[in-house]
Design a protein around this ligand. Sequence first.
Ligand code: 13P
Ligand code: SF4
Length: 373
Amino acid sequence: MTPVLDDLATEAGSSCSLENYLALPDHSMDERIARARAALGSTTILLGHHYQRDEVIRFADFTGDSYKLSKAAAETGAQYIVFCGVHFMAESADVLGRAGQQVILPDLNAGCSMADMAEISQVEGCWEVLERMGLADETIPLTYMNSTAAIKAFCGERGGLVCTSSNARAAFEWAFARGRRILFLPDQHLGRNTGYAMGIPLEEMAAWDPWAVQGGQTKDRIAASRILLWKGHCAVHQRFLPSHVDEARTKHPGIQVIVHPECRFEVCQKADALGSTERLIALVEQAPAGTTFAIGTEIHLVNRLARRFAPEGKKIITLDSTGCLCTTMYRISPQHLAWALENLVEGRVVNRIQVRAGIKRWARVALDRMLEV
Ligand code: 13P
Ligand code: SF4
């Protein structure tokens, strides 16, 4: 690749080591990001998840929840996709991208603790147990987007698919049309909340503990289950408690409590509505002026909504007053973004996310099934 803009390339070239950027203040990055962005033009698209900080998301060409961003990645003709999100999102963009496209994650440390809770060797071990019990044939593996590409490939290869929080119900219906039971990875809460909303009682769901022998379950219990819930969770959303909902209602009579379905079952049961990040935004947008909301999701999104809707007289508070921060999303700083973009201007691709061909093939099958659902 040849440099796109000579003077910027020279400036970037003088300080292209990441350490040089990290020593600089946030505000000094704004102009550099804007210039690099302009220099790269339509060769590059910048995708931003709703949990990104303001200093970063303001540069995104496209913002959204996991589903919307995966569609944007699948549809863009840009040569470079700079993903301001976390690792599993960038992996999915690479799987869905066209030949020749390259995906960049500005900080490779931007992972997801929930995705890390299901390792492929553990999932394969679980499946072997199901096979020994004679239950694998009637089980459809379904993974939440928040998982590694290897887990997505595992599901694709065994007749399963991927879902996000915005299409989980449709994906469950797809799976139940093809099997008696779903193995849902890796978020027990999204799995439980979705299954229950579809009328499946809690007694027909069993949690699979990857650290316990045979998942900590008897064969009879697994055989009787309609949903086998991998025992993973999001440390950010698990902090919201039912008592927070009670306190919000006591302090603010009439308040609307809306939460992400990664929250615990007991919290979701007490909430007025659940939804993906995109849906939570839509709920606030559609509410009449003067509505007060307590929102159970990541603090950057909640704070941004509070500022955006204050002029309309909508009051927005976080459900947990200590505020829930996704520390891995926060890893993408303006400095990392400037570093990645200026390197691109100079003709260098840094922090490329590339899924191996064998994994890519089946992960694509699982992701395509989701996009069709
Ligand atoms: P959304 O798909 O709702 O944006 O959720 C992604 C995520 O990681 C929430 O924790
Ligand atoms: Fe992962 Fe939770 Fe962060 Fe979402 S909020 S990216 S599930 S750690």
